[in-house]
Ligand binder design. Structure first.
Ligand SMILES: Nc1nc2c(c(=O)[nH]1)N[C@H]1C(S)=C(S)[C@@H](COP(=O)(O)OP(=O)(O)OC[C@H]3O[C@@H](n4cnc5c(=O)[nH]c(N)nc54)[C@H](O)[C@@H]3O)O[C@H]1N2
Ligand SMILES: Nc1nc2c(c(=O)[nH]1)N[C@H]1C(S)=C(S)[C@@H](COP(=O)(O)OP(=O)(O)OC[C@H]3O[C@@H](n4cnc5c(=O)[nH]c(N)nc54)[C@H](O)[C@@H]3O)O[C@H]1N2
Ligand code: SF4
Ligand SMILES: [Mo]
Length: 687
């Protein structure tokens, strides 16, 4: 049996794994014992990587839809026909008629996003979309607004962690494991602020807010910290811009007012504020997307930034620290044309004249449907399953009807691939050599890179993602942009700007770790904002038409903002809390994982259940203005009364049928995935 050390690209954590191969077949997966991150452990998903890889749901060959049915075709035919159609559509509608899309896999599979963008932009279209338009960009942008750079959580050095809208034991397995271990050793104090009483909350000071009110809590914590003179005077005086304005601004956010808004007691708010300000090594550890995917998401993130800043916890051990970033080669081709969303969401697209290389996802479906500002007629999705994961399936399905070409590239025959004109089989990360590890510190990870090694030969006719985009390129006359011939050449090129060679990564199979953090970096370089200071008050946000300091804004469908709607839909829908067993809509067909979590369920409190006469385990309806799904009830004390928490990505209970992509964060344009008004419906068992 051969052992191949590589990284697990199933999720953003990128743990180290040892893959065992016998006769060319993957037979076993274990954690790499000396990997700095997961130290030999792997989560439920990775334990079933063998079953997942050899799933009967693998897409074996390129398929073309003919008269509503898929037919097997050759790669040559598929790529030639798609290239010809793209050329025709460009002629007819202009290059911006192409939209390309990649999902969460495009975040940890670097070639995927790189080649996707390279093709779209070489073709002449600005329309590249990815999770940056719905998932984690808001947290990055808000921190760039505040600090001029992107400091991230450093939980391993913290003595106090506020887990704020984040359940890492499910979503960030190695971080969650670390937190639990340190808690058990007594090295750590924990505060959990979450609508659900997550397992870690049982060993923490636990605060349970009304959904979407976290910004008010953060503002009231600032109120306490300033009133009680607990802030870091030296840091504030030297490094913060707008403290006087902030002091005035937060006066109205007394803990008592925040209690009225959030339901968390004023005493608890004061207590947490004091603990946080008085613990030197303390950090807010928040969800990657969760609170950003509320209607006041960007401003909530700004409030967290400001809390960190006035307590002097930036660029200091255990707080939020600036990590060195490893820059992979940039494969993007420059393009002048504006992104979709540029005018509608100026903070997102124009902050300090920095234009992101992707459009607002919510505008993509709108443009397909309205043909404004121009028709989008071609859509290529890779590494994503938007038919299930796009936060408003109805809108996504409606948008598809307007297309003249729809291609889905995925190792599996997904719900999205089923709808496509062409379904093309991609390799899984185990079947191609590429970039591994995580060179950019996006969340609470530190940058490190690995060689993601080919473990097995591509199954069936699967092809590496770079090869597929390159074929489109060669066949449409853009061959000069795609000179690479092998996985290794691509990886070598992408590593060429990192200062690390391909050979060094071959020699260091557990990866190379660039964790050297310069504390108090500000003393050397200041902050990269216009004022060179931390901007508590952002003039640039004000110029772009947004509040310069965060305010509490009610989710527009909350019972406070819209009592009439609440008469019909009195409960609050929360979607997408992660389960360790699954990633996005993936792996639901893996028997080993199904044995652990066989079906989706909606968490509801006994008080909510009683109101509708629903018992634990019963199938019930959940309805919003957008639609209805049927799902099993899990009745538990571990959720706030009135909240209904449903995971996303399940075909038999697709929660995205309940969301409305027109309900958005007005600053970032993010589609609201939580805080929507809903109701439960007792299903008559006799019907
Ligand atoms: N209601 C609701 N909706 C949500 C969310 C929510 O919280 N609530 N969360 C949102 C967020 S944050 C995100 S990031 C998105 C995620 O949305 P998606 O990215 O669409 O989610 P996945 O189902 O993980 O899709 C990834 C796809 O990539 C495929 N894949 C895996 N490996 C490879 C590979 O190597 N090559 C190729 N070509 N394909 C590969 C998988 O088979 C899978 O089909 O969902 C969003 N949708
Ligand atoms: N196993 C697994 N891991 C994943 C993923 C996956 O699909 N599966 N997806 C990956 C992706 S794409 C992303 S973006 C991240 C997402 O990761 P996160 O955004 O960190 O999501 P969770 O860790 O599930 O934690 C979110 C918590 O927020 C709570 N919450 C909901 N509403 C509120 C509120 O209004 N206030 C407060 N305070 N809490 C609230 C929920 O109850 C939940 O416990 O995870 C990544 N990791
Ligand atoms: S948390 Fe699990 S799925 Fe994610 S990288 Fe680690 S082992 Fe793989
Ligand atoms: Mo995400």
């Amino acid at each position: 049996m051969q052992k191949i050390q590589t990284d697990c690209a199933l999720c953003i954590n990128c743990c180290g794994i040892d893959c065992y191969v016998e006769d060319g077949k993957l037979v076993k997966v274990e954690g790499t014992p000396d990997h700095w991150l997961n130290k030999g452990e792997i989560c439920a998903k990775a334990k079933f990587l063998v079953e997942g890889t050899y799933s009967p749901n693998r897409l074996k060959y390129p398929m073309k839809k003919v008269n509503g049915k898929f037919e097997r075709i050759s790669w040559d035919q598929a790529t030639t026909e798609i290239a010809n159609k793209l050329a025709e559509l460009k002629e007819k509608y202009g290059a911006h008629t192409l939209a390309t899309w990649t999902g969460s896999v495009g975040v940890e599979h670097f070639e995927m996003a790189a080649f996707n963008q390279r093709f779209a932009k070489a073709y002449g279209s600005p329309n590249f979309f990815n999770p940056e338009g719905i998932c984690f960009r808001t947290r990055i942008l808000a921190r760039q607004i505040t600090f001029g750079r992107y400091p991230v959580e450093q939980p391993r050095n913290a003595k106090l962690i506020i887990l704020w809208g984040h359940n890492p034991e499910d979503s960030y397995f190695p971080i969650g494991k670390d937190i639990r271990e340190r808690l058990e050793k007594g090295e750590l104090e924990l505060v959990v602020i979450d609508v659900r009483k997550i397992p870690l909350a049982k060993q923490a000071l636990y605060l349970q807010p009304r959904p979407g009110t976290d910004c008010a809590i953060a503002l009231a914590m600032m109120n306490t910290i300033i009133t009680e003179d607990l802030y870091d005077h030296e840091f504030v005086e030297k490094w913060c811009e707008g403290f006087d304005k902030l002091t005035e601004h937060v006066k109205k956010y007394t803990p008592e007012r925040a209690e009225e808004i959030s339901g968390v007691s004023a005493a608890d708010i004061r207590r947490v504020a004091r603990m946080f300000a008085n613990t030197k090594e303390a950090a807010i550890l928040e969800g990657v997307g969760h609170l950003n995917q509320y209607q006041n998401g960007l401003q909530t993130e700004r409030a967290f930034n400001i809390l960190i800043a006035i307590c002097g916890k930036v660029d200091r051990p255990g707080g939020w620290v600036t990590c060195p970033q490893i820059r992979l080669a940039d494969l993007r081709v420059p393009i002048e044309e504006k992104n979709l969303g540029y005018d509608e969401y100026p903070v997102f697209h124009q902050f300090n004249k920095r234009t992101p290389p992707y459009g607002s996802a919510s505008m993509m479906t709108e443009a397909m449907i309205s043909e404004k500002p121009y028709p989008i007629k071609a859509f290529i999705s890779s590494g994503s399953n938007p038919a299930l994961t796009f936060p408003d399936s109805n809108r996504f399905l409606e948008a598809l009807k307007h297309l003249e070409l729809f291609v889905s590239i995925d190792p599996y025959m997904t719900e999205t691939s089923q709808l496509a004109d062409y379904a093309l089989p991609a390799c899984t990360f185990l079947e191609e050599t590429g970039i591994g590890g995580f060179p950019y510190a996006i969340s609470h990870c530190v940058p490190y890179i690995m060689l993601r090694k080919k473990v097995i030969e591509p199954l069936y006719e699967s092809k590496p993602i770079w090869w597929i985009w390159s074929q489109f390129g060669h066949k449409i006359g853009l061959g000069e942009y795609f000179p690479w011939k092998t996985d290794e050449e691509v990886a070598e090129h992408m590593f060429s700007t990192t200062g690390v060679t391909y050979q060094q990564l071959v020699d260091n199979p557990a990866g190379m770790y660039f964790g050297e953090i310069e504390y108090e970096l500000f003393n050397r370089v200041g902050f990269a904002t216009n004022s060179r200071k931390v901007e508590l008050y952002s003039k640039e946000m004000e110029r772009l038409g947004a509040d310069p300091m965060p305010e509490h804004v009610e989710p527009e469908q909350s019972y406070v903002a819209n009592p009439e709607l609440a008469n019909l839909y009195p409960e609050t829908l929360l979607t997408g809390a992660r389960n360790q067993e699954y990633i996005g809509a993936q792996m639901h067909d893996v028997p080993g994982l199904r044995a652990l979590m066989g079906e989706p369920y909606a968490m509801i409190h006994p008080v909510t259940a009683k109101k509708y006469d629903i018992i634990d385990g019963e199938m019930m309806g959940v309805e919003t203005q957008r639609g209805r799904i049927k799902i099993k009830a899990r009745v538990t004390e571990d959720i706030r009364p009135g909240a209904v928490s449903i995971p996303h990505g399940w075909p038999q209970a697709n929660v995205n049928l309940l969301l409305d992509s027109r309900v958005r964060d007005r600053v970032s344009g993010y589609i609201t995935m939580r805080g929507n008004a809903c109701r439960l419906v007792k299903i008559d068992p006799s019907r």
